[in-house]
Structures are given as structure tokens and as C-alpha cells.
Design a protein around this ligand. Structure first.
Ligand SMILES: *[C@@H]1O[C@H](CO)[C@@H](O)[C@H](O)[C@H]1NC(C)=O
Length: 327
């Protein structure tokens, strides 16, 4: 999973004639970008509602055992796994006006700490009062008067409602489908294969020999977690690994070919493998509800804003160096 705060980019669709009434804003998603957008809406005196398809705030930072569909049959967007540690220091993940507690000295936090920060932020600014949980946005339509019609499905009662807004902020993240590279022989592999999107807990790999494909943030972090329980972990990567990995993680070049129970790497070495774990990222989310033929939303994007985050690095001793943490 890409942990960088890229999802903080918010698309705003603004109508042409807003008049002087209170601006009504619909925010889609109660993850980090939805929450900070809500704070700015409140500061500006806007009337806003947040529509969240799950029952929790925090978006991608919420841990769930589910990997495919949630209990309401909606796709699980989060790829969060147990004991994830961020690849960004908290000093770069702080929202303006609300700091992490003084006692939390470490820069690189665990998932539960980050999630608690978002929960605290939500309560502190009374954002929770504006969140409509279990509300799935089915479609957004532009109206001739310049406003927006938001069609909602209540995923519990299965009832549909329609609401009108001046502005819609799309804050539901932009990564969707797991990306799996096409590697020769992969379909003939007889062991377990999965993508990091479906990875949750390390313990199921106890005693196994695991090949992690991909040396990005999730590949590196998951290799750290698996090294504690797996028999052996091989990490196949193409770029420089910026940190020291545990001794039981063996670095390998890219995979040349996959066989029934083994893998051959580009340097000619071959290893027996029980599990292949693809840490190869996700592809961009398509915002399906914006791409109806009769609804050329993309032409209506007027503003692309990058929400201000607190960029004060003075208290961050490790910020200037790459990944200066010990495993
Ligand atoms: C969240 O708030 C609780 C209660 O005030 C506090 O104990 C905790 O340290 C806070 N945690 C974070 C990460 O902000």
C-alpha cells in the first residue's frame, strides 16, 4: 500500500452561480482528505455533509479482516494490515491546528495511532455530527441551475435518497484495483498467491517460505512483519532498498520465471517458495459515479486544490533522512 498522503488532493466541483445563500457541500468519504476538507468547510461557514460508505472514520487507516466485500457487500477499499508502520513521519501527516499528543515522541507511527489521531480530530472539531455513515454515493449529476444532485444508497436499509448541493468534494481516494504484474509461469504456481491488498496478518505465514514481489513501502514493511514468523522471506525488487532489513529477509532481483513450487530470478538463482505475495501497488480509481455518458463531469472540474497540511519539520529529527528507523 502506498502510505504517502497523496489522497489529500481533493477535487471540487463548483457551480457557476452560488449566490449569497449558505454554501452546501457534500463530502464523499470520511478518510483523512474528507476530514480535513470538512474542517475547512466548517471554518469557511459552509453547511456540509460527509457521506461515508462504512461505519467508521479514517478511510484507508481503518483495519478490517475483510479483503473483498464488506458486511454490506460493498468493495473493501482499505488495504490496511495488522501492525502497519507508516513510511511518512507524523510531522508530515499532521493537520494544521491539531497536533499529535506530546507523549508520542516517535515519528513513524503504527496504524492504530494514526487512526486514533483521525478519530480525535473528528471529535475535537465536531465533524462527527456531520457524518452520514453507511451512505454510499451511487451517482452525482449536474443540474441545469449549476447545482449537483447526489444520489445516495443507505446500505443498511437499502433505501435511496437524492440531495442537492452547491459543491461536491470527492475525497474517497484514487487507488482501487490491485495491480498484479504478468510474470512467466505464474498461473502454474501451486502454492498460495495473494496481493498485499488482501494481506492482513503475518501469523498465517508461520513456517512458510514467502516471496514478496515489490520493494516499495508495503513490500518493505510486510517483509519486516513476516520475518518474525516465516521460515524465510525473499524480497524481489528493482530499486534500492533504503533501509536495513532483518537478517532473515533475503534480497533478490526481479523474477524471471515462476514454476510449480519455485521461482527463478534474473541472476539465475532458484528458490523453493510456498507463498507469493505481490506488493505491486494498485491502479487508479475510476470514480465510476462520475463517468456516466450523460454526465460529463470531467469538464466541470474548476478547482484542484491541495489541502494545506502542517509542514513544520522543526520537531522531526528524522525527517531529512530517508527512512531512518530501525526494524
Ligand atoms: C486521542 O485522544 C485520547 C483522549 O484524549 C488521548 O489519550 C490520546 O493520546 C489521543 N491520541 C492521539 C493519537 O491523538
Amino acid at each position: 500500500m502506498h502510505l504517502a498522503f497523496c489522497s489529500i488532493i481533493v477535487f471540487i466541483f463548483v457551480c457557476s452561480n452560488q449566490g449569497h445563500q449558505t454554501m452546501k457541500v457534500a463530502i464523499i468519504g470520511a478518510g483523512p482528505s474528507g476530514l480535513i476538507s470538512a474542517k475547512y468547510c466548517a471554518d469557511a461557514g459552509f453547511d456540509y455533509d460527509i457521506y461515508e460508505q462504512t461505519g467508521a472514520v479514517g478511510g484507508t487507516w481503518v483495519y478490517t479482516d475483510k479483503t473483498d466485500l464488506d458486511e454490506n457487500d460493498l468493495p473493501v477499499h482499505s488495504s490496511m494490515y495488522k501492525n502497519l508502520r507508516t513510511n511518512l513521519p507524523k510531522e508530515l501527516m499532521t493537520f494544521g491546528g491539531f497536533t499529535y499528543p506530546e507523549e508520542l515522541k516517535r515519528s513513524y507511527l503504527y496504524q492504530a495511532e494514526v487512526l486514533q489521531y483521525f478519530e480525535n480530530f473528528t471529535k475535537h472539531f465536531h465533524i462527527d455530527e456531520h457524518i452520514k455513515f453507511f451512505s454510499y454515493v451511487k451517482q452525482i449529476e449536474s443540474l441545469t441551475n449549476g447545482k449537483w444532485l447526489v444520489k445516495l444508497l443507505d446500505v443498511k436499509s437499502k433505501t435511496e435518497t437524492e440531495h442537492i448541493y452547491n459543491v461536491v468534494m470527492v475525497c474517497n481516494g484514487h487507488y482501487e484495483k490491485p495491480f498484479i504484474p504478468d510474470i512467466k509461469g505464474a498461473s502454474g504456481f501451486e502454492g498460495m498467491k495473494l496481493h498485499s491488498h488482501a494481506y492482513r496478518i503475518a501469523e498465517i505465514f508461520t513456517g512458510k517460505t514467502v516471496l514478496i514481489i515489490g520493494g516499495g513501502p508495503s513490500g518493505i514493511d510486510i517483509s519486516r512483519l513476516l520475518s518474525k514468523v516465516a521460515l524465510k522471506v525473499f524480497l524481489s525488487h528493482r530499486n534500492v532498498i533504503p533501509i536495513k532489513l532483518p537478517n532473515s529477509v533475503y534480497l533478490k532481483p526481479i523474477v524471471k520465471e515462476i514454476f510449480k513450487n519455485s521461482v527463478v530470478f534474473n541472476d539465475g538463482t532458484e528458490e523453493n517458495i510456498d507463498v507469493i505475495l505481490y506488493c505491486t501497488g494498485k491502479v487508479i480509481y475510476k470514480h465510476m459515479y462520475l463517468t456516466q455518458n450523460n454526465n460529463p463531469m470531467y469538464n466541470k472540474i474548476r478547482y484542484l486544490i491541495n489541502v494545506k497540511i502542517n509542514f513544520d519539520m522543526t520537531n522531526c529529527k528524522t525527517c531529512k533522512k530517508t527512512a531512518n528507523f530501525t526494524l
